[in-house]
Ligand binder design. Structure first.
Ligand SMILES: *[C@@H]1O[C@H](CO)[C@@H](O)[C@H](O)[C@H]1NC(C)=O
Length: 385
């Protein structure tokens, strides 16, 4: 009897699905959004920086209620001229973003919607103010990665629009002004020369990280690596940012209370502690000592190292003879980040936006993180404040 019922409902369900299928036109999934779209080139920096601005850009699209067109990531390869574009879903899932706001990938947008709502004769680029040395123009395609990005989608611009004094600060109450000045009926697509989100990310947009989830492919790759290379847990993940470019960047710490992602440890008002050069570029001995302390505290068996330059594995092995140190070869930044986001504890560079991505991802999973050489104001001081 039960089996018969189940079968009956199964057939009924299948019939419904069949009817739905034939009744829905294939394009229904891509209804045109009358509230308009936001398109942009993530033209500033590498993954860490692009991810910071992704948070704010998606928040901005939500605040002015336009569909967010998810751009591909812009990547640079050593010894390869120009830049590459890697679609968002190579590394991340698109579906979870939809829980936050309406989105469509740029590839789909250009193929399915642009011919209808953004014909070549209406492609205007938006920038805050003129970017031309002579005349008045956004110069949206000048230089790398700007030119190659739009060329990739066969986009040429017929004009420029300067949106100043309107900014992307969604806390400033400008949302209404954006809608008034650029109604979707007249401007269905706002195409920005750069990301319409602040750098670094502001506190108000950090919550977006919850909707940025690794793709199944990256998840599987990270799990496979952990299974084969890190069989013994707990394991600590560390990120070392110690290339020469970083050393020179860190020399500017003296001049500023905040730099790049530093708010992740100092707090947005330096309420947690102070940014120092050592925080930005910790000495090798600081790194070794700190890893040793954490290994001891957690009884860690393995340390996974992600680095842009030196891995310090030789130095660490000398003082932690029973601990296994591993790296992923060949170097793959997204695999590194995915493994770092799964570690039992993580030590990152407070100033690095690459470090910050792993920290934010871990926060969404309730996992602990710390930073090189960062000293929190004493509890006593905090209560006095
Ligand atoms: C936001 O956009 C959606 C989709 O176009 C629309 O249905 C909705 O009414 C808009 N909301 C506001 C407050 O304008």
């Amino acid at each position: 009897m039960m089996a018969g019922m189940t079968n009956f409902f199964g057939i009924l369900l299948q019939m419904c699905l069949f009817l739905l299928h034939v009744n829905l036109p294939a394009s229904s999934a891509l209804r045109i959004d009358e509230s308009g779209y936001i398109v942009y080139c993530p033209c500033m920096g590498r993954f860490g920086n692009q991810a910071e601005q992704f948070l704010g850009s998606l928040s901005f699209a939500k605040s002015i209620n336009r569909t967010f067109v998810i751009p591909p990531w812009v990547e640079y390869k050593p010894y390869v001229e120009g830049s590459l574009r890697v679609s968002y879903d190579t590394y991340f899932q698109v579906e979870p973003l939809k829980q936050f706001h309406r989105v469509i990938t740029m590839e789909q947008f250009m193929e399915k919607l642009a011919p209808k709502i953004w014909p070549p004769s209406q492609r205007i680029s938006f920038c805050y103010m003129s970017r031309a040395s002579e005349g008045s123009n956004c110069n949206a395609k000048e230089g790398n990665p700007f030119g190659p990005f739009w060329d990739h989608f066969n986009v040429d611009f017929v004009g420029s629009e300067f949106h100043n004094p309107l900014s992307f600060d969604i806390t400033s109450g400008e949302t209404k002004l954006w809608k008034q000045r650029y109604p979707a009926s007249k401007y269905p697509v706002l195409a920005f020369v750069g990301a319409p989100g602040p750098f670094p990310a502001t506190e108000s947009s950090l919550g977006v990280q919850r909707f940025i989830r690794w793709s199944d492919k990256i998840e599987a790759k990270a799990e496979k690596f952990i299974k084969s290379k890190i069989p013994e847990r707990p394991f600590i993940g560390i990120h070392l940012r110690n290339g020469v470019d970083w050393r020179s960047a860190c020399s500017h710490v003296k001049e500023t209370p905040q730099m790049f992602a530093s708010a992740q440890c100092t707090g947005y008002h330096n309420e947690n502690g102070l940014l120092t050069e050592e925080v930005c570029y910790p000495s090798d001995s600081t790194v070794v000592k700190q890893v040793k302390n954490e290994v001891k505290r957690l009884n860690a068996k393995t340390v996974f190292v992600a680095t842009d330059d030196r891995d310090l594995i030789k130095e660490m092995s000398k003082v932690m003879k029973k601990v296994k140190f591993v790296r992923a070869y060949p170097s793959d930044p997204h695999l590194d980040l995915a493994i770092l986001s799964k570690a039992d504890h993580y030590i990152g560079n407070c100033v690095s936006t690459f470090s910050a991505f792993a920290k934010r991802y871990r926060d969404t999973l309730g996992k602990t993180s710390s930073f090189w050489a960062f000293k929190y104001h004493s509890d006593k001081k905090n209560t006095e404040l």
